[in-house]
Ligand binder design. Structure first.
Ligand SMILES: [Zn+2]
Length: 597
C-alpha cells in the first residue's frame, strides 16, 4: 500500500493514516532478499489467520514472507533460489509426537528381524545366523522385530536360540515390550528359577514348572515389561559412536525422506550413551530433526526422589534448540498382545491364559507410588509423558496428573498420554479439563493381524471393535498430536497415518496383514484430513512446547516445510498415503531431503 493514496482519504481517519503511513514507509524500503522463494504453490499454512497462500520467502532459516506471487517478488534478489512449485502443495513438515529415533541403531548394529522372510522361528534363525556370521567380533548380540502376533502365550523360547551363539543374545519384539533371550543372557542377568517376577513385569516360565513360591519355575526365554529392565541394565549397550550413526541413519534414511523434522525420543536414561550421542550431534549442528527426549522413571528403585533429581540434572545439560530432554516418562502398563495392558474389565481369555477369570493385566506402578512420582516430577518442572494402553491405565494416568495438579497447582507443563488403545467414555472430558494432550498412533487404527490374532481373542469382539478412539478427543476439544512409535512402526510415513485417521482403513498394515476394503475399524472415529494435519504439525509442536518455533508456516517461525507431489486436502482419501508423496523436506531453511524424480 502506498502512503500517498492513503493521504487522500481525509483528516477524519488521521489515526488510521498514521498506521498506514508507517506501513507505506516499510514497503518503500526494499526488504532484505530471501535465500529461497517458493512461488505458484498451494501453500497450506496451518495458521488460522492465513489459511492458504501462494508463495513463501525464507531467509536465515526462518520464514520471512507468506502471501501472493506478486508480494513475494520484493524478496527475490540475485542470489535467491526461486522454486516454481507449479501448483504443488507446500505445508509445514511433520512432527512425530512419540517415537524412538535412537533405536535406529538396531538397524545398523543389531539383527533386524523385521526383515525376516516370514514371522517364524525358522526364518528368524536364518536372519540371526547371517547377522552373527557378519559380526563375529561383537561381545553380545542384540536384535529386534520378532512378531508378538506369531507367539501368543508364553512367547518364543530360549531353546530355539541354542546353537546360534554362546554369547548373550537379546531380541526385542516388534512392540518393544518383550525380550526373547538365550540362556547366556539369562546367566548374565542372573535370572533363574529363584528370581521372582518384578513389580510390573513377567518372566515367562517353562509350562508345568510355574509356582507361586520359590522355585518359581524355569525361565523359558521371554521377558516382559519391567523384567526387560533387569536384562537391559546389564546387557552391553551400544557405544556413543554407534548411537550417533544410528541417529544419522534415522534422519537421512527414515525421517527426512517422509518429511519428519521434529521427533520425540520417548525412552531415555540420564547419562546413557544415546543421550550423549544426541548432545554431541546437536553441538555439532548435525541434527536435521529436532529431538525432544523423555527420561524414564522406574517403579522398582525405591524412593523416586533420587531418580527425579537425576532427570532434572540431565535436563540441565541440554541447551541447544536441536535437543532437549524436557519430559519424565512413565509406563502405566504394558501391551494387550503381552496380556500386560491394564484393563478395567478382565481379559476375554483371562481364565485360559492366567487361570484367573478376573485377570485384568499388569499395572507397572501401584497407584499411590504413581501419583507421588508424577507429582514430584511435575513439581521439579518436568513435562509428564505417560504410556497407557488399557482403559484402566489411562484412567490411573489421568488420576496421577490430577493429583499432581491438586498438589502443585495448574502449570503449563503439557502432560501427554500416548497409545490410548482403550479409553473409558468418561475419560475424554478429563483430558480436556486437565489439559492433557492425547497422543495416539493412527498407523495402528486397522483391522490387521494384531486385531484378528491378538486383540479380538484377548479383548473380545466388542472391545476390539471400540479401540483407538480419535474423533472423541477432537470432539471434546482436546489437544491431539500423532506419533508412530517408530521402530514399532518401522516406516513412519505421516501421510499414511493421515489416510488411516481419515478412513480407518489402509490396504496393508505395518503390524502385518492386508486389509480388504470395507474392513473399517470403528468408523465413527474417522476424522477430517485437516484434523490429521494439525495432529502431525502444530499439535506435535504444541505437545513439545515448540508451537512458537515450528508447526505452521508463519512469518518468524523456523522454515520447516515439505513439498508434496499431491494435494492431500483435495485428493481422494485413499490417495493421501499412496507411495511417498514427499518431494522436498526443508529444515531451518535448508533442504534436508529431495526426491529424485
Ligand atoms: Zn513408545
Amino acid at each position: 500500500m502506498k502512503g500517498s493514496r492513503v493521504v487522500a482519504v481525509g483528516v477524519l481517519l488521521a489515526a488510521l493514516i498514521v498506521v498506514l503511513a508507517f506501513a507505506g514507509t516499510a514497503a518503500a524500503k526494499k526488504p532484505r532478499t530471501a535465500d529461497t522463494v517458493f512461488k505458484n504453490g498451494y501453500v497450506y499454512t496451518v495458521n488460522p489467520g492465513q489459511r492458504t497462500a501462494k508463495a513463501v520467502a525464507v531467509r536465515a532459516g526462518k520464514i520471512q514472507y507468506v502471501g501472493s506471487n506478486r508480494g513475494v517478488r520484493a524478496f527475490i534478489g540475485r542470489k535467491t533460489e526461486v522454486v516454481d512449485l507449479k501448483g504443488k502443495m507446500l505445508m509445514p513438515s511433520f512432527a512425530d509426537g512419540h517415537a524412538h529415533p535412537s533405536a535406529a541403531v538396531s538397524f545398523l548394529y543389531a539383527a533386524n528381524l523385521y526383515d525376516a522372510e516370514a514371522a517364524t522361528t525358522a526364518e528368524y534363525k536364518v536372519v540371526l545366523a547371517d547377522f552373527i556370521a557378519a559380526n563375529p567380533t561383537l561381545e553380545a548380540y542384540q536384535g529386534s522385530g520378532w512378531s508378538e502376533a506369531a507367539y501368543p502365550g508364553i512367547g518364543p523360547l530360549k531353546a530355539d536360540l541354542e546353537g546360534l551363539t554362546t554369547k548373550p543374545m537379546s531380541l526385542w519384539s516388534d512392540g518393544h515390550h518383550s525380550l526373547w533371550v538365550n540362556q547366556a543372557a539369562l546367566d548374565l542377568a542372573g535370572i533363574d528359577n529363584t528370581t521372582a517376577d518384578p513389580i510390573g513385569g513377567v518372566i515367562e516360565r517353562v509350562p508345568g514348572s510355574v509356582a507361586t513360591d520359590p522355585p518359581y519355575g524355569t525361565p523359558s526365554g521371554c521377558l516382559r515389561e519391567s523384567a526387560t529392565d533387569m536384562m537391559m541394565a546389564v546387557f552391553p549397550d551400544f557405544t556413543v559412536e554407534q548411537y550417533k550413526e544410528g541417529i544419522l541413519f534415522y534422519q537421512q534414511a527414515i525421517a527426512n525422506p517422509v518429511g519428519i523434522t521434529l521427533s520425540q525420543d520417548a525412552v531415555q536414561f540420564p547419562g546413557s550413551n544415546s543421550v550423549k550421542a544426541y548432545e554431541e550431534l546437536a553441538q555439532a549442528g548435525e541434527l536435521t530433526v529436532r529431538i525432544r527426549g523423555s527420561l524414564q522413571l522406574m517403579p522398582n528403585m525405591g524412593d523416586v526422589a533420587p531418580q527425579v533429581d537425576a532427570i532434572v540434572a540431565e535436563k540441565a545439560l541440554h541447551k541447544t534448540t536441536l535437543y532437549k530432554t524436557v519430559a519424565a516418562k512413565f509406563f502405566a502398563d504394558g501391551v494387550i498382545e503381552g496380556h500386560t495392558g491394564y484393563l478395567l474389565e478382565p481379559y476375554a481369555d483371562a481364565l485360559a491364559f492366567k487361570g484367573d477369570a478376573d485377570f485384568r493385566g499388569v499395572p507397572i506402578w501401584q497407584p499411590t507410588a504413581f501419583n507421588a512420582a508424577v507429582m514430584k516430577a511435575d513439581k521439579a518442572g518436568m513435562q509428564i509423558h505417560v504410556h497407557a494402553i488399557g482403559d484402566a491405565a489411562v484412567s490411573e494416568s489421568l488420576d496421577a496428573i490430577a493429583y499432581a495438579e491438586a498438589v502443585n497447582g495448574k502449570r503449563n507443563h503439557r502432560p501427554m498420554i500416548t497409545h490410548l488403545q482403550l479409553v473409558d467414555g468418561n475419560d475424554f472430558a478429563r483430558f480436556k479439563n486437565l489439559g492433557v494432550t492425547a497422543l495416539p498412533q493412527p498407523y495402528w487404527f486397522l483391522m490387521d493381524d494384531y486385531y484378528h490374532y491378538l486383540q479380538v481373542p484377548f479383548l473380545g469382539q466388542e472391545r476390539a471393535d471400540d479401540e483407538y478412539p480419535m474423533k472423541s478427543f477432537f470432539d471434546q476439544g482436546v489437544h491431539v498430536a500423532s506419533g508412530s512409535d517408530f521402530p514399532v512402526t518401522p516406516d513412519p510415513n505421516a501421510l499414511v497415518a493421515m489416510q488411516i485417521g481419515v478412513m480407518r482403513w489402509y490396504p496393508e498394515s505395518s503390524m502385518g496383514g492386508t486389509i480388504p476394503p470395507g474392513d473399517i475399524l470403528w468408523p465413527e472415529e474417522r476424522v477430517t484430513i485437516q484434523q490429521m494435519i494439525r495432529s502431525f504439525t502444530i499439535e506435535g509442536a504444541y505437545a513439545n512446547l515448540l508451537e512458537k518455533t515450528t508447526g505452521s508456516i508463519k512469518v518468524g517461525k523456523s522454515a520447516d516445510m515439505v513439498v508434496l507431489a499431491r494435494n492431500i486436502i483435495k485428493c481422494d482419501a485413499d490417495e493421501i498415503g499412496e507411495g511417498n508423496a514427499v518431494l522436498l523436506t526443508m529444515f531451518r531453511g535448508k533442504t534436508v531431503f529431495e526426491a529424485d524424480r
